[in-house]
Design a protein around this ligand. Structure first.
Ligand code: DGJ
Length: 711
């Protein structure tokens, strides 16, 4: 435990960066530096003196956790009503300590207390040294005589200084996930938030970037990446204040959620995650991707199963015989697993479309008279694995579950029910519902121990947010998420290894809190490969390729090769009618899976370099390079069909060893098609990075995959 001198600096350093906190003479704790680390730690203390901005009338403008109701005049990180009804809060430094969590990971905790009230906040900074990533969260507690109301309770409060700030944010809707927008932040507050409860990212995810002084490029510029590790309502305020500094306050959305904190109870916020790079977006994303694989994503360093899914191919229309054929196709095409999607359950109200049956997780006797067990067996006979779709948080009003347990459903009894995809959300704040949802998964595995994969879907948002059992309705949104995480914890305690896909009617729920439990996510129901090039590009800034489930489907107008190449850029799957493929198409798919099996270690664990941005030209190009720089693969696409379009200029590679020689070879060619690249393609890393190579894209050659090998 550090002893407080009158004024001192607490530097939080990682391999390249630093965040410096200063304890002032009056014990206010402020951020005095955020950026590239200084050579001499002693010099952080000199930073404030070199800024000559207008006065800080509050002494709190750069507070590490801005309290409200006392001197503060800006957006607060925390707002409370004390047990005696008083609304003021001040927070003074008390102590800090640093602990080693594991190799390369340290945890700094700083205790702040109100000098007047028995109210305390502890800030946590978990620093991942090599990846330059910080996870920051907060614990709030008090010893007042009576409850305290928390009106705002952020995870983190950053303070940045620059000439200007450029925000890159995302918006979307079903089939339109991860649409980027970049704009200059003007004075005042810009808020990124969601109030959807579940499927929280449908219109806006919490991931964002802020460039300092000018929009950062792929390989140059100062940039911060941020994301809240939370699957429910979030709120991120970005405030440029009158001093021209940027305050970023991120946490659970306090919308409709004033929290009653009992004496002695600890309110722990989710973590806000951030990284900084002075070398642009590419370096920042590689840091985040490797952090995710090393520490966060379930089984991030492990393997994944290629699969055949039946959703696009059959929708709800299948039976045991049809599935038996699909299992044969799974083997025929050469993937690892067959994934049975929606429609396999419910009897009184059979799940033959999306109007009925959700909640009744018994095999539909008409479609599957011999149950899932026989399908699992049939899969074994075909030497493939078997996985299954569930949506256990939801219920159709037309279901036995709804009839039996109307009080388990999120709804306002006094108001007319309002549906999203004809369904309602189950009340996960209720422990009985938590048991039920856990039981859906546990029941499937208990009856079918060989089950090898789960696709967990979540298609509805929360309307009429109300629990029949929760005493304090203001806690509903928060308790829902606590309930969900409790269930996922229980599932992972009993089934630590089974791969699970995080799906939410597409990418409506993709965040690092959920991805602790899931091996992969479903980016979007939009599998048109042209759209996916753009979407996967944006996801890749924040999530590693191994976590992105990409399926080849019949969406879009692109040829099968194009569709397959795009799906290979993450975790490959298929959702097509294999039996209807032409001989050549089938041959191509089988060979593509073999090619993918060879490339997947590099795609999953390699470093990703964005070479040509589809938003800036007609060519998209992405490189995956193994850590030892010996193996790589470049995916190249023509994203415009205008007259005479093609790759007019060479594509410059990145990250290679300049001294080594590399052989380039086109792979994944359609049967009977030979590469337009003739002769041996051997170049030095130096040449490939300074001049580049040309994939020879044109209107007849719109998708080219190049394998790279160091000689
Ligand atoms: C939405 C998912 O995103 C789809 O992939 C599919 O599983 C359907 N739900 C099934 O209802």
């Amino acid at each position: 435990m550090a002893k407080a001198q009158s004024s001192f600096v607490i530097p939080i350093e990682s391999k390249n960066n630093a965040l410096a906190l200063q304890v002032g003479a009056k014990k206010d704790l402020s951020t005095i530096y955020f950026g590239k680390k200084l050579t001499s730690t002693g010099e952080y203390a000199h930073v404030p003196a070199v800024y000559k901005q207008t006065s800080d009338y509050t002494g709190l403008l750069n507070s590490v956790y801005t309290p409200s109701g006392s001197r503060n005049l800006m957006e607060p990180a925390i707002t409370v009503t004390h047990a005696d009804g008083n609304n003021s809060l001040d927070l003074k430094y008390v102590s800090h300590k640093i602990t080693d969590v594991k190799e390369g990971v340290k945890l700094l905790s700083v205790v702040l207390k109100d000098p007047v009230y028995a109210f305390e906040v502890t800030l946590f900074y978990q620093v991942y040294y090599n990846e330059d990533v910080i996870e920051q969260w907060t614990e709030i507690r008090h010893q007042e005589k009576g409850n305290v109301i928390l009106h705002k309770f952020a995870s983190a409060n950053l303070h940045l200084k620059a000439g200007s700030y450029w925000l890159k944010q995302y918006h979307g809707d079903w089939a339109k996930e991860m649409q980027p927008e970049e704009s200059k932040l003007t004075h005042g507050i810009k808020t990124l938030d969601t109030k959807l409860g579940t499927r929280a990212n449908l219109f806006q995810p919490s991931v964002f970037m802020v460039s300092l002084d000018k929009p950062a490029g792929e390989d140059e510029g100062d940039i911060l990446y941020g994301a809240l590790e939370y699957s429910g309502n979030f709120r991120i305020d970005l405030e440029v204040d009158y001093q021209d500094n940027l305050r970023i306050i991120a946490g659970i959305n306090n919308y409709a959620s004033p929290y009653t904190l009992k004496t002695g109870e600890i309110f722990k916020t989710p973590a806000f995650l951030y990284t900084f790079s002075d070398l642009g977006k590419g370096a920042a994303s590689r840091k985040l991707q490797s952090w995710a694989r090393n520490y966060k994503l379930m089984d991030g360093k492990g393997s994944r199963l290629t699969l055949l899914n039946n959703w696009e191919a059959t929708q709800f229309d299948f039976n045991e015989n049809k599935l038996a054929e699909l299992l044969k196709d799974t083997k025929k095409i050469g993937v690892d697993l067959f994934l049975l999607d929606d429609g396999w359950f419910a009897n009184k109200y059979p799940r033959n479309d999306d109007h009925a049956g959700l909640g009744d997780w018994q095999e539909n006797k008409k479609k599957l008279p011999n149950g899932i067990a026989s399908l699992v067996k049939e899969a074994q006979n075909n030497e493939v694995k078997f996985g299954i779709w569930i949506e256990p948080e939801m219920v159709n009003p037309k279901s036995e579950l709804y009839e039996k347990h109307p009080d388990w459903v999120v709804k306002e009894d006094k108001r007319e029910e309002y549906y999203f995809r004809n369904q309602l959300v189950l009340d996960l704040s209720n422990p009985q519902v938590q048991d039920f949802v856990y039981g859906v998964v546990d029941g499937l595995f208990t009856k079918n121990p060989e089950l090898a994969y789960i696709k967990w879907d979540c298609n509805a948002v929360i309307y009429n947010a109300h629990s029949a059992t929760l005493k304090n309705q203001n806690h509903f949104y928060i308790e829902y998420m606590r309930g969900l995480y409790k269930v996922l914890e229980r599932i992972r305690a009993k089934y630590p290894a089974v791969p699970m896909m995080l799906c939410s009617g597409g990418g409506g729920r993709v965040d690092y809190a959920a991805l602790q439990y899931f091996t992969e996510f479903w980016p979007s129901d939009n599998t048109d490969p042209l759209e996916r090039i753009f979407m996967q590009w944006e996801y890749s800034y924040f999530y590693p390729a191994i976590s992105s489930s990409n399926h080849v489907t019949d969406w879009g107008k692109q040829p099968l090769k194009f569709r397959t190449d795009v799906a290979m850029m993450g975790k490959l799957g298929f959702d097509i009618v294999v039996s209807k493929l032409s001989e050549n198409d089938l041959k191509f798919c089988k060979e593509a899976i073999q090619v993918y099996n060879g490339l997947k270690p590099t795609i999953w664990q390699g470093n990703q370099y964005r070479l040509a941005n589809p938003r800036e030209g007609s060519v998209a190009s992405m490189l995956y390079l193994s850590a030892d720089l010996s193996k790589g693969v470049v995916f190249n696409y023509l994203v415009s069909s205008r007259y005479d379009e093609g790759s007019k200029l060479p594509v410059r590679l990145k990250g290679l060893d300049p001294v080594r020689k590399y052989r380039l070879k086109e792979v994944n060619l359609y049967p009977g098609v030979s590469s337009a690249l003739s002769g041996e393609q051997v170049y030095s890393g130096d040449f490939l990075m300074k001049v580049g190579f040309n994939p020879l894209l044109d209107l007849n050659r719109t998708s080219v995959v190049m394998q790279i090998e160091a000689l």
